[in-house]
Design a protein. Sequence first.
Length: 487
Amino acid sequence: MQIRLRFAPAPTGVLHVGGVRTAIYNFLYARKMKGKFLLRIEDTDVERSQKEFIDVILNGLKWLKIDWDEEIIFQSKRLDVYRKYAIKLLEEKKAYYCFCSEEELEEERKILRLEKKPVKYSRKCYSKSEEEIKRLLSENREKTVRFLVPDGETKFLDLIHGEITFKNEEIEDFIILRSDGSPTYNFACVIDDRDMGITHVIRGDDHISNTPKQILLYKAFGWEIPEFAHLPMILGPDRKKLSKRHGATSVIEYKEEGFLPEALFNFLALLGWSPGGDVEIISREDMIEKFDIKDCRKSASIFDRQKLLWMNSEYLKRKDLNEIIDLSLEFLRKEKWWKKEYEKDLEYLKKVVELTRERAKVLKDIPYLIEYFYIDDFGYDVEATERYFADPKVFEGLEEIKSELEKIETWDEKKIEEVVRKVADNLKEKHAFLIHPLRIALTGRKVGPSLFKLMELIGKERCIERIRKIIKELWGYIPGKTDLKKF
RNA sequence: GGCCCCAUCGUCUAGUCAGGCCCAGGACAUCACUCUUUCAAGGUGGAGACGGGGGUUCAAAUCCCCCUGGGGCCA
């Protein structure tokens, strides 16, 4: 039999990492078992559901390449279906009308709480006579439909947790249809899962307490009960359920920060599941091959951004350069210094990114890392300048290097290195004595990739010009006195 | 408050189902050293955990019970 799984988000908020991970596990399991992975939008709560969130959720899934089979099911288009099934339960006396007002119910609960009894609906409306119900209905009174919870206990075998049992007496006669005729979560969920032919329900373990209610509904309808697997939650650093307080909530924000979708997918897949052994970086194909819902952990895990960053940099190192370029361009175009004409020389961009990519943890780092390969007027790092321009002899060395560089005919890394080292030797100074100031001259910074490689890329003319410029601007520089802020 | 779930380094986890191979392995982070023109990356090494108490057993991270702690749902 082909299994069928689904991811069923409510468009009442953005798609956050917790939701994505649930989607990932459903997706992986479906692919592993050669089944189907479906999508359902639970938009029955008209007040809190927003169209924009649907797009946000869909875009997030698409970005992560979590693609779904078949058409998306929208609950808002199935309201008639839910009503039909509610009436069926009503007719079979497995559900009943409740005319209690919110105030009445609150009053009831208050008393129960005072008496330290379980807060549960009194079933008051269940004992109403046929005539009374008829009368109340004809008066067009506000009403809900409640499910009549039978006696006994409800147990199920959770694929992750094992057997879980609830006593039915702890479950109140829950509402299945609200007064506005819309279905409640548990009711719509069961009907949809049944209509969609869902065989396995994989969701967060915040739904464990919903499961017995749903099972009771399956039984009332005489439907086959699907398998359930309840995943542990992803918690914020404060060990509380993920929420807006924890910063980047929407997965799209990870995209905007320059995370690679495959890195986030890998990271999230391994948050709560392990293929066993010491695997960290694992391809999607291998995940599908090795995935088993039974290998999921039972305990909640905390989202560790540090490890995500590390994993992203690993993916960044391995990814095809051309793809990195394409993705980087999106970030570069947001920079004010970036000019459209730079994109004509893709070969140069490629070389520059190749040289700097391993220093990037996210794509967003790229523009900063390559800025000085494009613009010539940058400021000089104050701290570095104070340290490396303390000795006026530095200018002597730079002058010397400048004139030696001018003589170079084949401008390459090796030749440049030779020249720089020779000048330092002639001056009877350590090579670093000139290398550091040179770096400041060429990049304005104290750190970066190999100086000689970077000089090769920047080109002879521009390198010489930059050296000329720093000599001119810093001439007469006195450490600690000269105001470097102006550079 | 009621019910349910969970418990291995700071974090993610392997090992738990089929007890001995585990005085607990890996990864991130951290520290030291190394490489090096700098930073990062890389390499080497260090520190770091079975929440507590009872059982069962020749033997428990692993099985059972209790406590504690954390989380979730309902209100």
